[in-house]
Design a protein around this ligand. Sequence first.
Ligand code: ZN
Length: 287
Amino acid sequence: MLNPRSTKRQMVRICHLLAEKDYVSAMDGNVSCRLPDGRFLATPTMVHKGFVAEEDLIVVGADGKKVEGPDDRNPTSEIFMHLAVYERRPDVHAVVHAHPPTAVAFTLAGETLARCVLPEVVLTLGQIPTAPYRTAGSHELAHVVGELITGYDAILLERHGAICAGRDLVDAFGKMEKVEHTAIITHKARMLGRVQELQCAEVDRLRQMGARYSSRGTPAPACEGCDGCPTGIPWQKEPDFTVLRATGTARAAGTTTATQTAAAKHGIEQIVTEEIVRALSGRLSPY
Ligand SMILES: [Zn+2]
């Protein structure tokens, strides 16, 4: 049974952490949790998460309208994205939405985080898919989030942020940390060299183990890019996700192919550059 007082305190603490950890800037992000009476405690719109206080929090109904809270505080338009999660996932009791910078940078570059590379991510989140771009706060964005959340607990939102669902506030916040941490590690690894996926058998083993810990109770859909995926691209039956599928499939062509192509291209570029420099230096030489 949720204690309203301690739930508010925890929500405020998580908002402050989102700001301290640089997962949001200015008024970005929002946090909510399911109350025992079927309503939802939520952060209001236009509040800096680093300064939000318990008295700023509002209660909204299943339609997203404010039913409790200060007169000068109103629901965020992004509440519909939260409600889409609660509607599809009865096991979810808290939702955290933020704009973690490295993870968002991946979406700007058209790079996926849905790869079987980190064992703890495969175990706990399965994969981190990217929802195709939709306007922030729109019902279209709530729709794509609602579709993907049935299979995943953490979703990247193209050019926007990430949304994470948990059994409670700390669980949802921890998943947000995991998303940004995965993006940071993947970025660093790519700067060092080629990033290889986990072995297929290990991916499958981790997915089965993960099903036991997940409140979803089923193994996470498999990754876009590795051979460990018995089901292939998980959203291939979703006609709405052609943009996502196109991006994912391009990535799913494989790290090896992409890396080899890049390496080959780089090699050719280097040869051409050297030839041009040699030719120019010959032409410009007074001798
Ligand atoms: Zn947002």
